[in-house]
Structure formats: structure tokens, C-alpha cells
Design a binder for this molecule. Sequence first.
Ligand code: AR6
Length: 167
Amino acid sequence: MGEIQIVQGDITRLEVDAIVNAANSSLLGGGGVDGAIHRAAGPALLTACRPLGGCPTGEARITPGFRLKASWVIHTVGPVWHGGDQGEPELLQACYEHSFALALENSIKSIAFPAISSGVYHFPKQAAAVIALESMLAAHNDFEIIIACCFSASDTALYQATINALV
Ligand code: AR6
């Protein structure tokens, strides 16, 4: 029976088996948490991503973590918010499910997620938090610890309130 922890901070600093990257479909880096992960992991991460040939929205790919404390990076591509009637909630849920499936295949026991799609992809934060935490609750028996890593104090408070309402 694993634990779900809501942590405020920089995901690149976490000592877990895997951190999840909110990437774009090129998998060749970007801004936000993606940029932070590539900077912290070093240039070998881009070299490892290039042969993957990108990743469709809702799917996930795995690479080593290189200079990160995490052994692995799971790159998933969240949906861009277009109003909610273009499958965005299902695609966001698929990001979490595919990330957990890859983690299980690689015997990963501890995993940390950022708030996928909640930044420049503009998924409404509250709805994204519900999908994130429901997905984590569905998977937590398969892991020792799942960390929801929130960057801001307001996102942390939102996640806390959301999980309190779900359990
Ligand atoms: N640690 C944890 N969370 C972070 C960090 C960090 N170091 N930095 C930002 N966040 P975003 P998206 C939070 O925009 O919406 C990239 O350019 C941030 O506050 O990084 O999925 C990609 O290449 C927000 O809550 O990801 C794509 O093109 C959350 O991470 C695009 O952005 C996600 O914000 C993906 O957009």
C-alpha cells in the first residue's frame, strides 16, 4: 500500500526512482518543467530523446535520468486545452496511466509528477488536479510512494484541498 505525498518544490531535486516530464510531442525540450529537467539532467538527456522520434499526446516514453538524482525520466505529452471538448480530460488521464504503466514495466517504486498540462498548455488547474489525484489514487497500491510535485504554494493548496475532497 503506497503513499501519495503532495510536495511543493522543484521536481528536478527529488530523490525518487523516476520523475515525470510534462514534455511536448517533439520530446526535444522546451520551457517550464521540461526545460528545468533538461537543464538538470544535462545534454545527454536530449541525446537520449532524439532517437525516440517524438511522442503522441497522451502517451509516454522513458529515458535514463543522467545527472538527476532520479534514475529515470518518464516523458509524457499532455493535451493543450482547447475548451474541453476535444478529448482533453481523457488525454490527460492517459498521460498518468501510460506513465504508471511504464514505471511498472521498469520496476520503479517511487515516482514524482508535475502538474501536467497546467502551465502553458492551460488545462484548468482544478480539473487537472482532480484527474491527477484520481489517477494516483487508482495506482498507489503498485508503488511505495507517488509524489505530486507542485511548484507554487497556491498549486500545493489546491492539490491538498482536492485530495481531501476525494478520499
Ligand atoms: N518543478 C515542478 N513543477 C514545475 C517546475 C519544476 N521545476 N517548473 C514548472 N513547473 P508546464 P505544460 C510546473 O508549462 O502545461 C514546455 O515548454 C508549472 O508551474 O511546464 O504541460 C513543454 O516543452 C506547472 O504547474 O507544462 C511543452 O511545450 C506545471 O509544472 C509545454 O511546456 C506544468 O507547466 C507543456 O506544457
